[in-house]
Design a protein around this ligand. Structure first.
Ligand code: Q46
Ligand code: ZN
Length: 300
């Protein structure tokens, strides 16, 4: 098979675009996609301070690499969630990358800094580890970005993630979530920082290829709590559809964003936003859910 762009020998075939690329031209395609997403969705501009959330996985490592190579002012943030060896190994990968490329990195450790332990809180509150983890991560993304004067928080969500989330929300007609699903979540309060997903049109496989071609180290295993998550089943279902009809995932997501999402806008709840009495971060209750977790942890 020949590369669509330069006619050299191809190393990757992208069914949904009916195009094969050599390594160089794949990089060209990848950079173009990211650049187009950033500009078209007005995510951020050169010179703005961007905070990238990195987990050590292939998607966030690819995002970090592509943004710094394209001259964006990026600082990475890694949150050590205290999930055994998985957290230790992923922190090491992220630190090695930052040291090697001399890139700024902020490390947060939820146990050391806030006394939070996901498994203990999950048991005590009878909530899934992922729901506790989600509360903690969302809080820290915003707090670190706000305190550091960043204009946007960028995450490595890819096309597979976004299509799986959309499928889950559609199956149960979660109107509020459907209204909010987008590659850019604008700030709705002076203390809430915009969230962006520059890789939302790139698949897991494309991010993995980017990582492998650039010889970037990443953590291969998933977080142990991800096992059994419904998002994995949704991804399998979508992969099966994609096999039969390449482009299904992209059509599902992009058509929703262009044609479907607008029909849910009037169901967006009008939230009564206030500032947490303890930490001052934006919340809908007197004390934010993060500070409540910190309080509960003191008694564990
Ligand atoms: S890190 Fe946290 Fe994920 Fe692990 S505990 Fe669940 S939410 S699976 S992205
Ligand atoms: Zn608070």
């Amino acid at each position: 098979m020949r590369c669509r762009r330069c006619k050299e020998k191809a190393v990757i075939y992208l069914e949904r675009h009916n195009a094969a690329f050599c390594e160089n031209c794949f990089m060209h395609y990848y950079y173009n996609q990211v650049d187009k997403n950033i500009k078209k969705e007005r995510m951020f501009k050169k010179g703005e301070k961007i905070l990238i959330v990195v987990s050590g996985g292939k998607d966030s490592m690819a995002l970090w690499d592509v943004l710094y190579k394209n001259g964006y002012d990026v600082t990475a943030m890694y949150i050590n969630l205290g999930i055994g060896e998985y957290s230790d190994r992923s922190q090491e990968i992220v630190e090695d990358f930052a040291n090697e490329k001399k890139l700024p990195l902020i490390i947060k450790n939820i146990k050391k800094e806030y006394g939070l332990e996901i498994h203990k809180l999950s048991k005590k509150l009878k909530r899934s580890p992922c729901s506790i983890c989600g509360t903690i991560k969302r809080y820290l993304f915003n707090k670190v970005a706000l305190d550091g004067g960043f204009t946007a928080v960028a995450t490595g969500h890819n096309l597979d993630d976004e299509a799986a989330t959309l499928l889950g929300n559609t199956l149960s007609w979660q109107e509020g979530y459907l209204a909010r699903q987008a590659p850019v979540l604008p700030s709705t309060h002076p203390k809430l920082v915009k969230k962006v997903k520059p890789l939302f049109t790139l698949t897991e496989r494309e991010n993995l290829s980017y990582i492998l071609f650039n010889e970037i180290k990443f953590i291969h295993e998933e977080c142990p709590h991800a096992v059994g998550a419904s998002s994995i089943l949704y991804k399998e279902v979508l992969n099966r559809l994609e096999e039969e009809s390449p482009g299904t995932k992209q059509r599902f997501l992009i058509n929703f964003l262009e044609k479907g999402r607008k029909h849910f806008q009037d169901v967006k709840e009008k939230l009564d936003l206030k500032e947490c009495k303890i930490c001052g971060q934006v919340t809908t209750t007197e004390i934010c859910s993060f500070c409540r977790l910190v309080e509960i942890s003191k008694e564990l």
